[in-house]
Design a protein around this ligand. Sequence first.
Ligand SMILES: [Zn+2]
Ligand SMILES: [Zn+2]
Length: 240
Amino acid sequence: MRLLSKLTENLITLLFPNICLNCRKITPLKYFCKDCRNSASYIHLKTCPDCGLPQKLCDCKWNFYYFDEIISCFEADEATKRSFYSFKFGGNLVGAEFFSKEMSKRIKNNSLYLDLDVITSVPSHRSTLRERGYDQVKVLAKDISKIIKVKYQPLLRQPSPSPKQHETEGIAERFTNVLGKYEVLKNADVRDKTILLVDDIKTTGATLSQCARELKLAGAKCVVAVSALTVYPKKDNVEK
Ligand SMILES: [Zn+2]
Ligand SMILES: [Zn+2]
């Protein structure tokens, strides 16, 4: 029986080989080949709970965020972005599985707030969703919901399209750009709730902060933000 299951497993691997999320080589391992798995990009760093950056890059002094804590998983370096984009733009669900597992691990091990009532995701405008075909942040949030066993509920919406954050230069502009961009859904009751707010990539934190602000204004008790990737600021940006 054991031999049979081993044979079946080998046959499945042969028919559906694992492709490394980073270099796209066929690998016997899940998610990454040995070389990519051992590369520094996938090593977790200890990050500041207030801004999500490693201690030496902490920019809490420059920013004020509406979320109570931020959990950040990976630096958005070239290799990690490549892995993430295979899911974000390529619809590779193996990538979604990897990132949601890692995010869940990080939430369980690091969050100061373990009594979560609900998980929600940063919404996209429907024109963006139509273009991409699916909502990658919602996919992540729903996967995390299954792993950590907290219910997922859409709580926010983005009523009108606006310039994409990554096309906006400068920290101040990014914070202005998101003002009034998000709304809490009319039927959502967030009063006294501790909410896990999921996003895919954090750059300045403006989007997560604005969503957290709306949730707080609607009565949420606590908002814990989590992002799969975090763009680390360039030193000269921080010192401005
Ligand atoms: Zn690889
Ligand atoms: Zn900080």
